[in-house]
Design a binder for this molecule. Structure first.
Ligand code: PLP
Length: 410
């Protein structure tokens, strides 16, 4: 079994160790929930202060031009593009994820007018399921949404399939899907592919161009650390620019917004998918958070992420054999950056851990979820978190009657 001293030695040699200082963290706590809400970075603090005090405070309305606010959704998209393997001009930062999925689904259904089926995963995130059903209905031409067991996708890829929408990393189990293979299969059936990167961006290296992805979208508040309710991003492959229509047009996606024309004419490129005024302070928060990623590579992040999740799984299994079912795949190729442990008292276990300074979360019905974020987590944090988990399990602290009633956010 790996010892605490061995973990400290791993931290000494960790090439990412210096980046921890870029985050605002409480050293008395171990934060294993960066897969849900990333912590504040010093870059975010600096950039938000600058936006509020200087650009807004002093520049006022002039900052739409002088500080480049009007172009910020595209400029930030270009900064994010390398993290998903996209090119400049293919990523837009705007809205929140469900809204961006709506825009892409609505537009994509128009590109296959002779096809009537949309396929998604029966265990997809519920917001994805709601919005795909709503957009299919709004299309008004009898589109059926098939929610399937994703392992049977091949059986469903008939010539009536217009669009396949999958989440690249399962939010409960942390299983990562084979993006390139699935996209190729979907294309072979003549359908379009939309990936939800909520649990992928900033967690694993992504290559949308290599995988020939049509469309993707992800959120800014998880591994990207952009803050609660941070703007999301969308990717539209250049081949679809000028072809994929924005079904929710607004003035700032118009070719000439300040001509105030009564009829809509779409702007070119990714600007076409802008609807409303950008949330400038929130964009500043996300922009500041991206600085830390620019000091490393996603390959380095990935290597440490796998080492941290390997260590956590090994320590849990050695110290608590049989207590949990590890539902996250062991196979590195299928594992993202979280570990999910199944237990019938999962909610109480997570609450007892939080009271002891180990912050994870719970996903119904029985999953304790722990995110491993290599930019600020240390190997010794993994060791100490497992020590506290062992205490919670051996004392049955999770059975405390206070945990019988669940909080609104679990
Ligand atoms: C996989 C997935 N899709 C969609 C969403 C919804 O994101 P938003 O609240 O930005 O619409 C989430 C939120 O956690 C998510 O995990």
């Amino acid at each position: 079994m790996t010892t605490r001293n061995e973990c400290l030695a791993l931290d000494e040699r960790d090439p990412l160790a210096a980046l921890r200082a870029e985050f605002v963290l409480n050293d008395a706590e171990i934060y294993l929930d960066g897969n849900s809400l990333g912590p504040v970075t010093r870059g975010t603090q600096r950039r938000v202060r600058e936006v509020v005090d200087r650009e807004w405070g002093e520049g006022l309305v002039r900052s739409w031009n002088a500080a480049g606010w009007i172009d910020a959704p595209l400029a930030l998209g270009d900064r994010l593009a390398p993290m998903i393997g996209a090119r400049d001009g293919e990523v837009l930062v705007a809205d929140t994820l469900t809204f961006l999925l709506a825009k892409i689904i609505g537009g994509a259904l128009e590109l296959r007018p002779e096809r009537h089926v949309v396929i998604t995963d029966e265990v997809n995130f519920h917001s994805d399921l709601y919005i795909v059903a709503a957009m299919a209905q709004l299309a008004g031409r009898g589109i059926i949404v098939k929610t399937i067991d994703r392992s049977t996708l091949g059986d469903h890829l008939g010539d009536d399939v217009a669009l396949v929408m999958l989440t690249h990393v399962d939010f409960r189990t942390g299983e990562m899907l084979d993006m390139a293979q699935i996209t190729a299969d979907v294309h072979a059936a003549g359908a379009l592919m939309l990936w939800d990167f909520a649990h992928s961006t900033g967690a694993v290296p992504l290559d949308v161009i290599g995988a020939d992805v049509d469309f993707a979208a992800g959120c800014g508040y998880k591994y990207l650390n952009g803050g609660p309710g941070a703007p999301a991003f969308m990717y539209v492959a250049a081949r679809w620019h000028g072809v994929l229509r924005n079904p929710l047009p607004g003035w700032l996606g118009h070719a000439r917004p300040f001509d105030f024309e009564p009829l809509y004419e779409s702007a070119a490129g990714m600007r076409a998918y802008v609807t409303s005024s950008p949330s400038v302070i929130a964009l500043g928060a996300l922009e500041g958070a991206l600085e830390v990623f620019e000091r490393t590579t996603m390959a380095a992040v990935r290597a440490k992420s796998l080492a941290l999740t390997d260590l956590f799984i090994a320590l849990v299994e050695e110290a608590l054999p049989g207590d949990f079912e590890v539902v996250t795949p062991r196979d590195h190729v299928r594992r993202a950056s979280q570990v999910a442990l199944r237990h019938e008292h999962g909610y109480g276990i997570v609450q007892a851990l939080i009271e002891r300074g180990v912050i994870g979360d719970f996903r119904a019905p029985d999953i304790c979820r722990f995110g491993f974020t290599p930019l600020y987590l240390r190997y010794v944090d993994v060791y100490d978190a497992v020590t506290i988990l062992v205490d919670v399990m051996t004392t049955s602290a999770y059975l405390d009657e206070r945990y019988a009633v669940r909080l609104a956010v679990t």
